[in-house]
Design a protein around this ligand. Structure first.
Ligand code: PMP
Ligand code: GLN
Length: 380
C-alpha cells in the first residue's frame, strides 16, 4: 500500500513502554500516573451508569459537564465561554487536536509548530494536507524558551495556524505574560488561528498560576484551547477532554467532531461533572506534583544527570552527556535494557536531528517507584 504517512512509525510512547515491559524496567517514559484516581470519581461514574446514563449524550457533550467546564474556566481564567455553543467535550486532547486541525487546515496551508513538539502534531497536520513549518525552541542556562523572532520569520501569507503548548511537554517550560504579548503582536491584524494545548494546566509550580490563552481576550478570540481530564484526574485511560473556542470556531470544530467521534461516552461525562463540583480536586494538583518534582529532582541531583528547570507538567528533561556520548534513542534504549529505567529520548519530539543529549523522565509516580528508579540511576 502507498502509505499516507510513510515516515511515521509506532509512537515512541508505545515503543518505550513495550521495551520497559520486556526488560522489566521501571517505566518513567510514557506519561501516565502509576497510582489510581480518587475513588470518589469512580463512584460518581458508577452512580451515573446505575442512573441510566448509558445512551448517546448530545453531540457536543453532556450539558452538565459543559456547564461545569465553563464555570471552572470562568473562575480560574476570568473568561466566559458559553456552555452550549463554545465548549465541546472530546475523546481526550488527542482527538481535540486532530479535529481542530482537520476543521481548520486546508490543502497547502502552513501550520507553525514549535519544537520539541508532542508527537501527534506533525502527522495530524500532514493528514489534513497542511505543511508543518518548524521553529526550534532556544535552550540556554535558563532552560527552553520560545524565540519569537524565529516564529515571526516563519509567518507567511499561507500561515493558517500556530500551535502552542504550555505547560510544555516535554520541556516543562511554561509561557510567561511576555510570551503572550509577543504572540499577540505576531498575530494581530492577521487571520491566523491558534491551538493552545493546555493539558497540563493544573500542573504549574512554585506559586505561579497557569497562563491560559483563555485569560488573554485578544488571543482567546482566535484560539482553540484544549485540555484533558486524563491528566487532571489521573485517568489517562479514560480518554476524555474538551475544547474551548469562540462560537464561530466551535461551530467549525463540531462540523468535524460529529463525524469523527460524534460524541464521548456518557457515564464518564456525568461522573466527571459531579466530581468537578469540588474545586479542591484540581486546585490541589500543583502542590501534589510539585512535591513529586522536588523529591525526584533531589534524588537526581545525586546522579550524573544534569537537570533542566521545570515550571510545569509532570515531566523533566535531563542531560546525560557526563554519562555517555550515545544518541538520545540509543541512550534511552541502553538505560532501559542495562540500567532498568525507561525514559523518552528528546529526539522523538523533533522531526529532524537535534543538538541535545537529553531524555525526558515522567515523575507522576508513587514515591516507591521513584525510589527504585533513583537507586538504579545513582549507581551509574
Ligand atoms: N497534548 C500533550 C502535550 C500531551 O502530553 C498529551 C498527553 N499525552 C496529549 C496532548 C493527549 O492527551 P489525551 O490523553 O487526553 O489525548
Ligand atoms: N502524552 C503522553 C506522554 O507524553 C503519552 C500519550 C501517549 O502515549 N500517546 O508521555
Amino acid at each position: 500500500i502507498e502509505s499516507k504517512l510513510p515516515e511515521v512509525k509506532t509512537t515512541i510512547f508505545s515503543t518505550m513502554s513495550a521495551l520497559a515491559q520486556s526488560y522489566q524496567a521501571i517505566n518513567l517514559g510514557q506519561g501516565f500516573p502509576d497510582f489510581d484516581c480518587n475513588p470518589a470519581l469512580i463512584e460518581q461514574v458508577h452512580q451515573a451508569m446505575l442512573a441510566g446514563h448509558n445512551q448517546y449524550p448530545p453531540m457536543p457533550g453532556a450539558a452538565i459537564l459543559r456547564h461545569a467546564i465553563a464555570s471552572k474556566v470562568e473562575t480560574l481564567y476570568q473568561a466566559t465561554y458559553d456552555a452550549d455553543t463554545e465548549v465541546t467535550v472530546t475523546a481526550g486532547a488527542t482527538q481535540a487536536i486532530m479535529t481542530t486541525i482537520l476543521a481548520c487546515v486546508r490543502t497547502g496551508d502552513e501550520v507553525i509548530v514549535i519544537e520539541p513538539a508532542y508527537d501527534s502534531y506533525l502527522p495530524t497536520i500532514q493528514l489534513a494536507g497542511g505543511i508543518p513549518v518548524l521553529v526550534s525552541m532556544r535552550l540556554d542556562q535558563h532552560g527552553f524558551s520560545i524565540d519569537w523572532d524565529a516564529v515571526a520569520s516563519k509567518i507567511s501569507s499561507k500561515t493558517r495556524l500556530i500551535l502552542i503548548n504550555s505547560p510544555h511537554n516535554p520541556t516543562g517550560m511554561s509561557l510567561t505574560n511576555k510570551d503572550l504579548e509577543n504572540l499577540a503582536a505576531l498575530v494581530r491584524d492577521t487571520k491566523i488561528l491558534l491551538i493552545s494545548d493546555e493539558v497540563y494546566e493544573h500542573m504549574v509550580f512554585d506559586g505561579k498560576s497557569h497562563l491560559s490563552l483563555a485569560s488573554h481576550a485578544e488571543l482567546a478570540q482566535r484560539s482553540f484551547i484544549i485540555s484533558s481530564f486524563g491528566k487532571t484526574y489521573h485517568v489517562t485511560g479514560w480518554k476524555i477532554g474538551y475544547v474551548l473556542a469562540p462560537k464561530v470556531l466551535s461551530a467549525e470544530f463540531r462540523k468535524v467532531h460529529q463525524f469523527n467521534v460524534f460524541t464521548v461516552n456518557t457515564p464518564m461525562q456525568i461522573g466527571i461533572a459531579h466530581f468537578m463540583q469540588e474545586p479542591a480536586h484540581h486546585l490541589n494538583l500543583p502542590m501534589f506534583y510539585q512535591n513529586k518534582r522536588d523529591y525526584f529532582c533531589a534524588g537526581l541531583a545525586k546522579t550524573k544527570f544534569k537537570l533542566l528547570p521545570v515550571s510545569g507538567t509532570y515531566f523533566l528533561c535531563a542531560d546525560y552527556s557526563e554519562i555517555s556520548d550515545r544518541t538520545e534513542l540509543d541512550f534511552a534504549t541502553w538505560l532501559t535494557k542495562e540500567i532498568g529505567v525507561a525514559t523518552i529520548p528528546l529526539s522523538a519530539f523533533y522531526r529532524d536531528q537535534n543538538q541535545h543529549q537529553l531524555v525526558r523522565f515522567c515523575f507522576a509516580k508513587q514515591t516507591k517507584t521513584l525510589d527504585y528508579a533513583l537507586e538504579r540511576l545513582q549507581k551509574i
